[in-house]
Design a protein around this ligand. Structure first.
Ligand code: GDP
Ligand code: MG
Length: 437
């Protein structure tokens, strides 16, 4: 399925240390192939990968230490964007609000009409009425009545009337007279797009002027879904798409294509035959589902990790060039503090827990150090040798500490710098790796 394919395509990037521009292009080609295989039309897929590539280069994916993860995030964000940003609701502003269903035969209109009525019924303020306008198959009217009985929603039908426009109008009049505030109009479809069907749904649409016209489409029909969506949209200029049969192993490609071809939001999805199998469509969730990725948060966290590694690399360079200053020191302190409680951290070092047990480390251990550094000028921070006796006095005063404490910090800093410089010859690199775990 699509997830597996995309996973495979992105596998090239995952875990690899460095990638090249060629590598990005190749991977995106794989992503494009995976999308096309999942019924996303070629133009959409191509556009998609172009946008991702541009963003990837703009965000310096190539210089990041874990470009693969950044790429995965970019692909996911872009997929989300492509499928429509935020979840959009249904317009229920009318009294009654009229919702017209459209779509091919077998797409799931009747089933979804029931699901939607059931869904709205749970909102205490909504009283829906179902109207049966499929006049071609006698069984169609029965089917809607069965659905209505199942969910406890009234169904309006007129077996004598053969004109669907007249039935829909009668249905709305009935709703007004009987206190229904939502009218869901179930219509007939054909097996394929034809003029008679289009004229009929178009006539109903013109006559009743619904608040909401929904296009119901079977997600399993793949590439055909896009063509059908386009035909219905050209005629009805519908408000939203309902993607049904997204249960089981259904390919998700239709969602991507439809949105990009008709530029209408996907509002709900159907995930089974039961009345409860309805979900609001959330593009981000769909993107995750398509990519087969679990947790967005962990991705973001990993991106953050990546940033820190980049910082660490810069720091290493500075130390090597003897440019490590108090600003970097302050930065390091902040990093350590971010990791949490000092005592807990030390407790995690194997063997250290016992040895350090009696040493009292309070979390404010860095307070004085930070205060002293904050009282230094930028020049003093980058070139600590500038700090003479009168400067020490000034810094002590400014930070609420004594000259002795300032001296202590300067001495510690000097020792640390020397030590770091010593570690640079191979040993330092290993230690950095160890710290990264
Ligand atoms: P209509 O011709 O557009 O009214 O389509 P129906 O509502 O009669 O649905 C056609 C078939 O698809 C029926 O057998 C439904 O049970 C089934 N169906 C509808 N929605 C879903 C869905 O979300 N998942 C699954 N698995 N089947 C569905
Ligand atoms: Mg039907």
């Amino acid at each position: 399925n699509l997830s597996d394919k995309l996973d495979k395509a992105l596998h090239v990037l995952k875990g690899h240390g460095q990638i090249t521009e060629v590598n990005v292009a190749e991977t995106l080609k794989e992503v494009r192939r995976a999308l096309v295989d999942a019924d996303v039309n070629f133009k959409t897929a191509k556009n998609f990968t172009n946008v991702v590539k541009e963003k990837a280069l703009g965000q310096n994916v190539l210089t990041a230490l874990k470009p693969g993860q950044l790429m995965v995030k970019l692909v996911k964000d872009e997929l989300t964007e492509l499928m429509g940003g935020d979840a959009e609701g249904i317009n229920l502003s009318g009294n009654p609000s009229v919702i017209l269903m459209s779509g091919l035969q077998g797409s799931g209109k009747t089933t979804f009409s029931g699901k939607l009525a059931n869904f709205l019924k749970t909102k205490k303020t909504k009283k829906p009425l179902l109207v049966a306008c499929d006049v071609y198959r006698p069984a169609a009217i029965d089917q809607l009545h069965v659905v209505g009985d199942q969910i406890g929603v009234e169904v309006f039908s007129d077996r004598e009337e053969k004109n669907p426009v007249a039935i829909s109008e009668k249905g709305i009049a009935y709703a007004k007279a009987n206190g229904f505030n939502v009218v869901i109009i179930d219509t007939a479809g054909r097996l394929a797009v034809d003029e008679v069907m289009m004229n009929e749904i178009s006539d109903i649409h013109k006559a009743i002027k619904p608040q909401e016209t929904l296009f119901v489409v079977d997600a399993m029909t793949g590439q055909d879904a896009v063509n059908t969506a386009k035909a219905f949209n050209d005629t009805l200029n519908f408000d939203g798409v309902i993607l049904t049969k997204l249960d089981g192993d259904t390919r998700g490609g239709a969602a991507i294509s439809i949105k990009s071809v008709v530029n209408k939001p996907i509002k709900f999805i159907g995930t089974g035959e039961k009345m409860e199998a309805i979900d609001i469509f959330y593009p981000a969730r769909m993107a995750e589902r398509i990519l087969g990725m679990g947790d967005v948060v962990s991705l973001v966290e990993r991106a953050q990790e990546q940033y820190d590694e980049e910082e660490a690399r810069k720091l290493q360079k500075k130390i090597a060039k003897n440019q490590f200053g108090f600003d970097d020191f302050l930065n390091q302190i902040q990093q350590v503090k971010k990791m949490g409680n000092m005592k807990d951290l030390i407790g995690m070092i194997p063997g250290a827990g016992k040895a350090m047990k009696d040493i009292d480390i309070d979390d404010d251990a860095f307070k004085h150090i930070e205060a002293i550094i904050h009282s230094m000028t930028p020049e003093e921070r980058s070139t600590p040798t500038l700090i003479n006796a009168s400067r020490k006095k000034r810094i002590g005063k400014g930070s609420g500490t004594s000259v002795t404490q300032v001296n202590q910090l300067l001495k510690q800093f000097d020792q640390m710098s020397k030590m770091m410089k010593m570690m640079q010859g191979g040993g330092g690199k290993r230690m950095m790796q160890m710290m990264k775990g």
